[in-house]
Design a protein around this ligand. Structure first.
Ligand code: AMP
Ligand code: ZN
Length: 132
């Protein structure tokens, strides 16, 4: 298995582990956006969010909270990328916990919104709901 995060789980490559349980691993990111930038991963290998069993996802979120509380951060972003054009580099689901100590450090987001067409939104809503 070539997956770098699976190798970290198995201890085949080193990591700075913050937390480990049967289902979840958390460790410090080696290329941090800010001090304390951490990665929280399910041990189940899957590239994208929808590949991960619900019980593993649930624990990942509660471990993310545990690490945010332990760091004492007030402002932070939780980010989870899916797919290359969505900036995913490592194809094993991971949640970034990125402290935002000030305006310049941490995650910078360019959020370009535009007003939606109400009719289009309604059609979209019905389409998505019909598939759930
Ligand atoms: P993404 O772009 O969402 O796939 O993010 C991948 C993240 O994994 C980046 O922030 C990298 O710095 C981080 N990363 C890659 N390899 C390692 C490693 N061996 N240990 C810790 N973090 C890593
Ligand atoms: Zn993996």
């Amino acid at each position: 298995m070539a997956c770098i995060f699976c190798k970290i789980i198995k201890g085949e490559i080193p990591s700075l582990k913050l937390f480990e349980s049967e289902k979840t691993l958390a460790f410090l990111d080696i290329g941090p956006l800010s001090r304390g930038h951490s990665l929280i991963i399910p041990k189940h290998h899957g590239a994208k969010l929808h590949d991960i069993p619900d019980d593993q996802l649930a624990e990942v979120l509660s471990v993310t909270k545990k690490i945010a509380v332990a760091q004492g951060v007030q402002d932070y972003n939780v980010l989870q990328n899916n797919g290359r054009i969505a900036h995913q580099e490592v194809d094993h689901v991971h949640f970034h916990l990125i402290p935002k100590p000030n305006e310049t450090e941490g995650l910078g987001i360019e959020w370009t919104t535009k007003p939606a067409d109400k009719g289009e939104l309604q059609k979209l809503l019905e389409d998505i709901k019909s598939k759930m």
